[in-house]
Write a protein that binds this ligand. Structure first.
Ligand code: BGC
Ligand code: BGC
Length: 511
């Protein structure tokens, strides 16, 4: 690393610190050569961004991903020093932007399993599928400690205690990174969002919600709740950490020198690199981007998820260094950390996708692990009148509810698209299909979304709950089951059928 660093120009160094969302390489899709010309150190796919043809038609196959990323890598390898770029995605519950990938429950479900070993295995499976497409970095695990069900990212955390985030987060990191980052089936993990993202108060976030808001806590409480998962993550060897949009006691985390440099890199001895969140530095002093760049880099950020206006970012960063507003030693520290990770990933030796892994994407073996996770993540809230477990050989089951036969709603946000979506968005098994596949041959399964026709069934299974959502759009203070959902339950009940209600949701609901 030191040898390479000693041969790099300032332009080459700051290029390493710049991460660009690939569709923003240019508005027309023809500026991929900017990867070479600006020596960009990293690229990403934001939520829902997949390969496209020159006419912007999506081609969301594993092979197309590998082709695209290899093409980008070709430009990086054509730079003067041939430094490979590092590609990142939000593989937060499987390689979830990719059609046909194995999808796992979100972290809130995994936390409910109380089985870190299975979390580790899920991360291993995800690592293989991600690596198959030429991606060697996931922005996961989210080790937020969500303290309010109103937050639209509640489900991205493992649970409301620091212990759940620490134990499961460490397991996920071990699963992604393995014991040797250079193994072709291991990928770089990224603990996020440092820190206090789950503690924000309603009304302090975007548009009066809580996403990207302010966490008000004294230092002892903040450390106990929100810092502990990072101590565990660093101990588990995490080599990248993403900084949170949120503030702590009014100070933006992206500008918090004491927390980023003092605590994380100093006290906890974090050896990896820090990446900003998407446009996160822009919020430090809105309207004064120069100050945003200076404040964030000086606070300890090593790589900036710009994610679009990279020419502007690079110009300002360079100018700030030549004006001595950012020291050369700070730049060298940032680049040293990034290069160290690239070397450890074996990217210099093997910059391109390992195509032999492609056949494992969405494989039966991987789906078996996901199915086990789904099973263990189910939580029985109450069981009155011994309605559960269902008897084998039962004569007729009536299934109802809007989420019974809806794969997309079952998967939630961050699936194929950023916010997720209802319907047949990818390959998988709906709850109705699973019931049909599982019952005895003599059991009849009937279905109606409204519950009509349930009369005479031995049991009704009503699958209701939330529609998919993700950050910002998912913020709400209304946690009630919708009137329409309640009406379906009521409908089955009034036909004299015992009811099992299944909630598909990203958070607890008032039922
Ligand atoms: C989210 C991060 C995510 C990033 C890239 C941000 O808006 O807060 O969790 O990793 O986008 O998609
Ligand atoms: C991207 C996400 C990102 C978000 C940030 C979206 O357009 O797809 O990945 O997290 O913007 O606001």
């Amino acid at each position: 690393v030191n040898d390479l660093l000693s041969r790099m120009t300032l332009d080459e160094k700051i290029g390493q610190m710049c991460q660009v969302n690939f569709p923003l390489l240019s508005k027309t899709g023809s500026n991929e050569s900017d990867i070479r010309d600006y020596g960009l150190g990293s690229l990403l796919s934001g939520g829902g961004d997949c390969p496209v043809t020159t006419n912007s038609v999506k081609v969301n196959t594993a092979e197309a991903w590998a082709d695209m990323i290899d093409r980008f890598q070709g430009f990086a390898m054509a730079t003067r020093l041939g430094i490979p770029m590092l590609y990142g995605v939000d593989a937060v519950h499987g390689h979830n932007n990719l059609y046909g990938a194995t999808i796992f429950p979100h972290n809130i479900g995994l936390g409910a399993m109380h089985n870190p070993d299975l979390v580790r295995r899920a991360a291993q499976v995800t690592a293989v599928e991600v690596a198959a497409t030429g991606v060697r970095w996931t922005f996961a695990p989210c080790v937020a400690v969500p303290r309010s069900e109103y937050w639209g990212r509640f489900y991205e955390g493992f649970g409301e205690t620091a212990e759940l985030a620490a134990g499961n987060g460490a397991a996920a990191i071990e699963g992604f990174q393995g014991s040797d980052l250079a193994s072709p089936t291991n990928i770089l993990a990224c603990a996020k969002h440092f820190a206090g993202d789950g503690g924000t108060a309603w009304g302090t976030g975007r548009d009066g919600g809580m996403d990207r808001g302010n966490t008000v806590l004294d230092e002892t409480a903040f450390r106990a709740l929100h810092l502990e998962p990072y101590r565990a993550a660093v101990t588990a060897g995490v080599m990248s950490i993403m900084v949170s949009y949120s503030s702590w006691n009014g100070l933006k985390m992206h500008a918090n020198t004491n927390m980023l440099t003092g605590v994380l890199k100093g006290e906890l001895g974090f050896q990896g690199f820090l990446v900003s969140d998407w446009g996160g530095i822009d919020e430090i002093t809105p309207g004064n981007y120069t100050n945003c760049v200076i404040a964030s880099i000086n606070a300890g950020l090593d790589m900036i998820m710009v994610p679009g206006e990279y020419e502007n970012f690079l110009r300002i960063l360079k100018q700030s260094v030549t004006n001595s507003l950012i020291s050369m030693s700070r730049i060298d520290d940032a680049v040293r950390r990034i290069l160290n990770v690239k070397f450890r990933l074996g990217l210099f030796e093997r910059p391109y996708a390992d195509r032999s892994l492609l056949s494992r994407v969405g494989s039966a073996e991987h789906r078996a692990v996901a199915r086990e996770a789904v099973r263990q993540s189910c939580v029985v809230l109450k069981n009155e009148d011994g309605v559960l477990p269902l008897r084998k050989g039962i004569q007729r089951i009536h299934v109802a509810g809007k989420n019974a036969d809806d794969l997309g709603s079952q998967c939630g946000g961050w699936t194929i698209s950023w916010q997720g979506g209802a319907g047949g968005i990818t390959i998988g098994t709906t709850i109705l299909e699973a019931i049909r596949n599982t019952v005895c041959p003599t059991t009849v399964v009937t279905f109606s979304e409204s519950g009509a026709g349930a009369a005479g069934a031995d049991v009704g299974i009503v699958v209701v709950g939330e529609a998919p959502y993700a950050e910002y759009y998912g913020d709400t203070q209304d946690l009630n089951l919708s009137g329409a959902d309640a009406a379906v339950i009521q409908n089955v009940k009034t036909q004299g059928v015992p009811v099992v209600t299944v909630l598909v949701s990203g958070r607890p609901l008032v039922i």
